[in-house]
Design a protein around this ligand. Structure first.
Ligand SMILES: [Zn+2]
Ligand SMILES: [Zn+2]
Length: 287
């Protein structure tokens, strides 16, 4: 019997066996994005259709329709392009462009009149949503669902968080926000941003205005998870959505975009809660 072992450094036919090195992808130090894959494929939570998440030049996320479209069919104000992994709100002068999913999303009213091509594309997305609903592959969220509001009294599903004097809407409950960094096993880090040790935020009632002061609502106070008393580096850790271990490993790439949305009291009014979350046993981030 001939052995297939390569422990001698040679293949079975005597040719030298090159040792296999796993090559790690790295993020260049001057890369504007820390993501290994610039587009983060996902599905629209309102209509179930495919979207790609990108970072914009101001680091806020935007979901684009996954395919390029002929620029001639897209109003100038809706044209985007992607350069070095960053989405830019303009065409790039070619015959093709990208378009924000929100322009096409069948779960929302179009923000402006659609060209016939875009209307047809939106109709196709609506049909796909119907198919996903029919097969049970997609369940749309119910924004005014009372159970969500009740649950949120003790654990807001999408808390408003104050970091570095900006106010953000989190995508998940405070103790469920996941680190975006990539582990050595090339998976997304399973750890939470809220560390088991060290300082945490404090729930406070704060005026229901945008932190940048662009709008004052008649509503008095709302519950905000306030991190502004923490050291600057700690607030930056929350903003970049990394666990303590991955702040100590800045070379690690990101596998997902931080999913903070800049809080807008009008857009996000259903996430405004006038009462502080009830204390949860064993959870020390609740005051
Ligand atoms: Zn959608
Ligand atoms: Zn981590």
């Amino acid at each position: 019997m001939c052995s297939l072992t390569i422990s001698s450094g040679r293949r079975w036919d005597g040719s030298p066996a090159a040792p296999r090195h796993l090559r790690a992808l790295r993020v260049a130090a001057d890369s504007p994005s820390r993501l290994l894959r610039t587009a983060q494929p996902s599905r629209c939570r309102d209509c179930g259709n495919r979207i790609d998440w990108y970072s914009r030049t101001d680091h806020r996320p935007i979901s684009l329709h996954p395919q390029e479209l002929a620029a001639a069919a897209v109003p100038v104000s809706c044209r985007w392009h992607v350069d070095s992994g960053i989405a830019h709100a303009a065409g790039d002068g070619t015959r093709w462009c990208r378009i924000p999913h929100l322009v096409l999303c069948p779960a929302h009213q179009p923000t402006e009149p659609l060209t016939p091509q875009l209307a047809e594309l939106r109709r196709r997305l609506a049909l796909r949503t119907r198919r996903l609903l029919d097969t049970g592959a997609f369940t749309p969220p119910a924004p005014s669902d009372p159970p969500v509001a009740e649950v949120s009294v003790c654990r807001p599903a999408r808390p408003v968080v104050q970091i570095l004097y900006g106010r953000y809407l989190a995508a998940r409950p405070v103790d469920d926000i996941q680190c975006v960094a990539q582990t050595r096993r090339r998976r997304r880090c399973p750890h939470r941003v809220l560390a088991a040790e060290g300082p945490a935020g404090v729930w406070r009632l704060m005026p229901a205005t945008a932190a940048r002061g662009q709008l004052a609502l008649p509503a008095a106070d709302m519950a905000v998870y306030d991190l502004t008393h923490l050291p600057y580096a700690e607030q930056l850790r929350w903003r970049t959505q990394r666990c303590p271990a991955h702040v100590a490993a800045p070379a690690a790439a990101d596998l997902a975009l931080a999913d903070w949305e800049v809080f807008d009291p009008l857009l996000h009014h259903q996430h405004i809660h006038a009462r502080l979350p009830a204390a949860a046993p064993g959870r020390r981030d609740w005051p």
